[in-house]
Write a protein of this length. Sequence first.
Length: 185
Amino acid sequence: MLSEREKMLAGDLYNKLDPELVRAHLRARDLCQDLNATRSSQQEERQRILGKLFGAGGKDVCIHPPFFCDYGFNILLGKKCFFNFNCVVLDVCPVKIGDYTLFGPAVQIYTATHPLNVELRRQQEFGKSVEIGSDVWVGGGAIICPGVTIGSRCVIGAGSVVTRNIPAGVLAAGNPCRVIRELTE
């Protein structure tokens, strides 16, 4: 029988009030609070906290607090990622982000979602992984919805709502986000 954490990571319905998940969520909240309380001059302390928070890549990520996430251990970062102020990552399922990817202020990445059936929604939720390639720039205020993949070398326009996959090497924007054109040298 799968644990609630295993169900969550598999994208199956799970009970978010499971004691193991509650402890993991509280740990992430405490680490985010510690991060958000640091001063800009405390870069070494920030890196220490991020190394504990993220599943991978916390040592060379740059984050301008405040930053918020659900668990942290499901966030897997490539080299030299950047998060501007006020970003949120709901990481009930894995969020994989490639090297040198940049997020503008107030970008939100959601893996969490909920059943449409009201009775089921009262007790359980589920998630879908998000994957973002390398050298992506996501403009401020964009929302990346559950299950989305964004290809490498993309630019996502500010305020976009990304509801479906975006191929590599394009400029995409809007609500819903759609490809505007290919990016060329």
